[in-house]
Structure formats: C-alpha cells, structure tokens
Ligand binder design. Sequence first.
Ligand SMILES: [Zn+2]
Length: 291
Amino acid sequence: MRTTYGVQDMTIHRIVEQEQGFTPMLEFLPTLSKEVLEENLSWLAPGGYARDTGNVVLCFQSYVVKTPHHNILVDACIGNNKTFPHRPTWNNKTDGNWMAALKAAGLGVEDIDFVMCTHLHGDHVGWNTKLENGRWVPTFPKAKYLFSKKEYEYWASGPNPQVPMDAIRESVLPIIEANKAELVTSDHALNDHIRLIPTPGHTPDHFAVCAGKGHDQAVFTGDLIHSPIQARYPELIMRIDTDQAQGVRTRRAFFEKYCDTDTLCCTMHFPSPSVGYVKRWGDGFKLDYLS
Ligand SMILES: [Zn+2]
C-alpha cells in the first residue's frame, strides 16, 4: 500500500489507523437509493463497499505534509483510550497502528510543528491528546494546533456547554487549556506553503487544507466528502451533515475547482490509496487514484 507522495518541494505521508466496514451504506448516505448503489457496485465495491454486510468501507487516517520548513499534521484521526460509546472499534482502544505509521514515515511526535483539524468530529481530533497519568495532555509537545474559531465555538457551546461532548472534552479542550491552540478563520494562511479554504456543510466551519508554494499542489479534503460515490453524485448527503444543502454546494464547487488540474486530492475516508487527481465523470467527478 503506497503511503508516500512527493509533490513539488514537499512530501506527503498517509498515516492510516483503520480501514474497514463502518455502517450500512444506505443509512450512511440516506439519499442514495438501492438501485443507484447497485448500478455502481462494479467500480465501488472493490475497496469502498462490503457486499456481505452492505456496509460502507472507510479508511481512517491522517496526513503529514513535510514542507521545507515544517511538518504539518492534517487531522488527528481516532486516537487511543477515547470514549466512543457507539463505536466499538474506536471505543477505548489501545492499538499501535497510528503511531507505527507515523514512525514508518520517519517521524516522531516531537517532529510535528502544526496540527490542523479540518473539523472537530471525534475521528479528526483523537491524537491531539494522549492519556498520561489519568490526564489528557497534548500528544505533540512542540506543535501549535489550528482550529477554526467558529467551529470550536459551535462545538464548545452546545447542546449543553456544562457537559462537553466526549471528543471535545478529551481531545480539544485540553489543547485550549494547555495554550497550544490557535483559533483561526477558515481562510487562514499559515505561510507560503499552507493555506486553509472554507468548505462548510458537513460541519459549520469545516475547512480544507491546501499545500504548495504559489499553487495548490495538494489539497486535503477532510470530510467535505466521505465516499467516492459522492464524487460521482455530489448531491448525495452524509447523514450527519449539519447543513445538507451547503454540503452539496461545497462538494460540487470543490470538485469543479480541482477537476482536470495537477492538484493532488488527498481524501480522508476514501478507500486506499485515497489519493488521486479529480476527473470529470458525467455530471459528476471521480478520483483517478495514484497507486
Ligand atoms: Zn471523518
């Protein structure tokens, strides 16, 4: 499985934590019909769909972008010892997958300079923190963590601010309390190489991350899309999109922008190899994977 890509003066590493069946495809994408799913199984099923269970197959991963100046972690995946009462394969797990993948990329936790969370769902913030003597502490001792201010305020303030959701309590608030967070706008530019672009819909202030000097050589989607079938049909919503119509607009605009360009599109949840170039397919799009 290829996990390293060189673009311009940067190296991109995939840091894979899990890749497996998740939940029933037709529940995950509630506006997908059984008929349309069946029409697409010949190309979708290898990698992206489990015929025996009817489950969508997703990869759960982070990316590290090595620029000439910094090592940037894009999304912090699931993490260990975290509370996910409804996800048995994530709940309180203790495996070494993610750390082994980081090591295989030639990196240790002290090498990460910036962590960027495209949004604050549990499978994108997990490794922000680790459990040490019963306390959540930043996993990456030298890193600044970039969160969208608007996204942070949305999750930190509701539905009951006195009882923050598990992912916020375990993986976000300890970063704020350790003064390691920088709350930014979703169009923030870190430097010449790294920029954010607003891609709202899945969550209120979701952003994508663009890498490349003077030009988007690579872009990291976060969860503006989950399954390749949503590229072919950008109107397919994911069940927990906070604004479904906005999510559809964002998805279509994003794929239109990068279609037939030399920008490497690095998805979070597409099956391995997850990375490729955006091409047109009928009224929608597909990813030509780099294998
Ligand atoms: Zn996700």
